[in-house]
Design a protein around this ligand. Structure first.
Ligand code: FAI
Length: 544
């Protein structure tokens, strides 16, 4: 191994090592600190440290120079100024390839650092704890990011470490003659990602919580993403793809227990299935193909829900993605076993269910982490991003006076024609209303006994969605006319009576829809003529 060159313009070989003689340690999170300091000292590294980092190291019997001794200046302003001093920063920032930098250091009697280990004040955790603004602001680290950025910039001469999980590798590198240039570049990349994410969290909090401008959406919104997987390919085999996570849980952070690697399309469908299943309070299962439900049902238990969801459209369920909103039982696993299924996602699995799935080696089995539901959803458009509140299924519509005029709960619906539905019919209407929004608009969903029996989705007019829902209900069930006696939900109003008429002609007995068309009178008249109960919700659930 060659030593790092010291002449300007000289390329550094990726495997060039730089021995560590002096290290600066300044960490909020003291995890692994004593072990690290002990090992560095044993390897002959001189240690310099800030306040409580130094006292923790010294208390373990490891020699350490307090940073005040280096700067000749006391830590002050309750720790707001500790390391913000030229004796610290010149020691980090000197490019040791440059003779004039080295000459200046000698003149100023400043020694270099070859290793900087810093982790920052816990800003995000302080926000999450519900602390008040003064406490949150106090937890904005100033000196730490300055050192991290300085060391990362000067990676040709310095290694920077921001993650206690890396201490083992640090010790190994130091004992082995120092970090290679390739390792220092990698550490610098991690360090800049770390400070960037930190600043995004600070800037987002300021824009959305601390100094909002009254527009309802913050002037700045930031998220940072870490690659968690490189996928075999994207939506099609000629597209490359990867998975990134934002650290907030959800499907992207699910744990895969078995099966082939998740594909891009598996993730898209699994997320649609997850949302569809979790829209219901009772045990519910959704089967998704190509981002649309081909089965959705509730049941007394999760196995019953699965059997009913599969029966919605057993043809389309082949190769589907299944989501359950309860722990998957052995009974559900046995019901699913004969069906070719790509993915199962659920909050958990009985051990016996996993034993059943173990025989299906290719089946991907994912456990969803517990995570807070998102408030907003993002959709990229060319050159920008659309941001909206998440469409919740427990909405209430009010007029200007605050009077409730509609919503997702049947108690807020308006019966505009027909007999009030009995409890069982109302439960089916409520189920259909919750289920229909999982299908891409224009969506019509026919339901009976807590299960979808025919779904028409993704059509560019509502009439075709009605036709499709009826056709699927009647052709996929061994000749039974499942549309007859079913209830129907429409994700948005019927603009004309024609679509509704198709449902009425097929024998649907109750319908729920938002209402609000200028031709509502014609729509209501059609339901009235058929003697069908028609409920209006006043709210709509498009999914584009
Ligand atoms: N102000 C400074 O000069 C300064 N220098 C380092 N820190 C931070 O102080 C913490 C370590 O302090 P201590 O060793 O006293 O526990 C680290 O999280 C480090 O990022 C500073 N604190 C905040 O800005």
């Amino acid at each position: 191994m060659s030593a790092a060159p010291t002449l300007p313009g000289v390329q550094i070989a990726d495997d060039a090592q730089r021995p560590v003689r002096r290290a600066l340690l300044s960490v909020y999170d003291k995890t692994g600190l004593v072990e690290l300091a002990t090992a560095l000292h044993a390897a002959g590294v001189e240690l310099v440290s800030t306040g409580s980092t130094a006292s923790t190291v010294a208390a373990a019997g490891v020699p350490v120079t307090p940073v005040e001794e280096l700067t000749g200046f006391p830590e002050c302003l309750e720790g707001r100024v500790k390391t913000l001093h030229p004796r610290v920063h010149a020691g980090i920032l000197a490019d040791t390839r440059k003779p004039d930098h080295l000459a200046q250091l000698a003149e100023l009697d400043i020694a270099t650092f070859e290793l900087v280990v810093v982790n920052l004040y816990p800003f995000a955790a302080t926000v999450a704890s519900g602390a008040g603004p003064d406490e949150v602001v106090e937890q904005i680290d100033i000196g730490g990011p300055s050192m991290v950025r300085a060391a990362a910039k000067n990676h040709p001469s310095v290694a920077v470490v921001v993650d206690p999980a890396a201490y083992g590798e640090v010790v190994a590198a130091v004992q082995g003659g120092g970090f290679t240039f390739a390792a220092r570049k990698g550490l610098a990349a991690q360090a800049f990602a770390h400070t960037a994410a930190y600043d995004v969290a600070v800037a987002s909090w300021f824009a959305s919580v601390y100094a909002p401008d009254g527009a309802g959406f913050p002037a700045f919104a930031g998220s940072t993403w870490e690659r968690s997987d490189v996928l075999r390919y994207g939506e099609n085999p000629h597209q490359q793809a990867a998975l990134y996570t934002d650290g907030r849980g959800g499907l992207a952070s699910a744990t895969q227990l078995q099966g082939k690697a998740m594909s891009y399309n598996n993730y898209v469908d699994a997320d649609a299935a997850r949302r569809a299943a979790f829209d219901h309070d009772g045990p519910a299962v959704a089967v998704v193909k190509h981002n649309n439900p081909c089965g959705v049902a509730v049941g007394d238990d999760i196995a019953a829900a699965y059997r009913k969801a599969h029966a919605t459209d057993p043809v389309s369920a082949y190769g589907g993605v299944v989501a359950a909103n309860r722990v998957v039982t052995a009974e559900m696993a046995l019901a699913l076993k004969p069906v070719f299924t790509e993915v199962v996602v659920a909050p958990g699995y009985e051990p016996e269910a996993l034993e059943v799935f173990a025989a299906k080696k290719n089946l991907r089995v994912l456990v969803l982490p517990e995570s807070a539901p998102a408030d907003v959803e993002l959709r990229p458009v060319s050159g920008g991003l659309l941001v909206q509140d998440v469409d919740r299924i427990d909405g209430v519509v009010t007029d200007e006076d605050g009077t409730v005029t509609g919503g997702d709960d049947p108690q807020h619906w308006t019966l505009v024609t027909g007999e009030p539905a009995d409890d069982a019919t109302l439960a089916d209407l409520s189920f259909a209303w919750r289920a229909v929004r999982a299908a891409k608009s224009n969506a019509i969903l026919l339901a009976a006994d807590g299960a979808a029996v025919g779904i028409g989705m993704g059509q560019v007019n509502r009439v075709d969605s009605c036709r499709l829902a009826v056709e699927r209900a009647n052709t996929l069930a061994d000749g039974q006319e499942r549309a007859r006696g079913a209830v129907a939900a429409s994700d948005a109003f019927f603009p004309f009576a024609d679509g509704l008429q198709i449902l009425l002609d097929a024998g649907v007995r109750a319908v729920v829809q938002p209402g609000g068309s200028i031709r509502d009178d014609e729509v209501v008249a059609a339901a009235q003529a058929a003697g069908v109960s028609l409920y209006l919700t006043g709210t709509r659930h498009f999914a584009h």
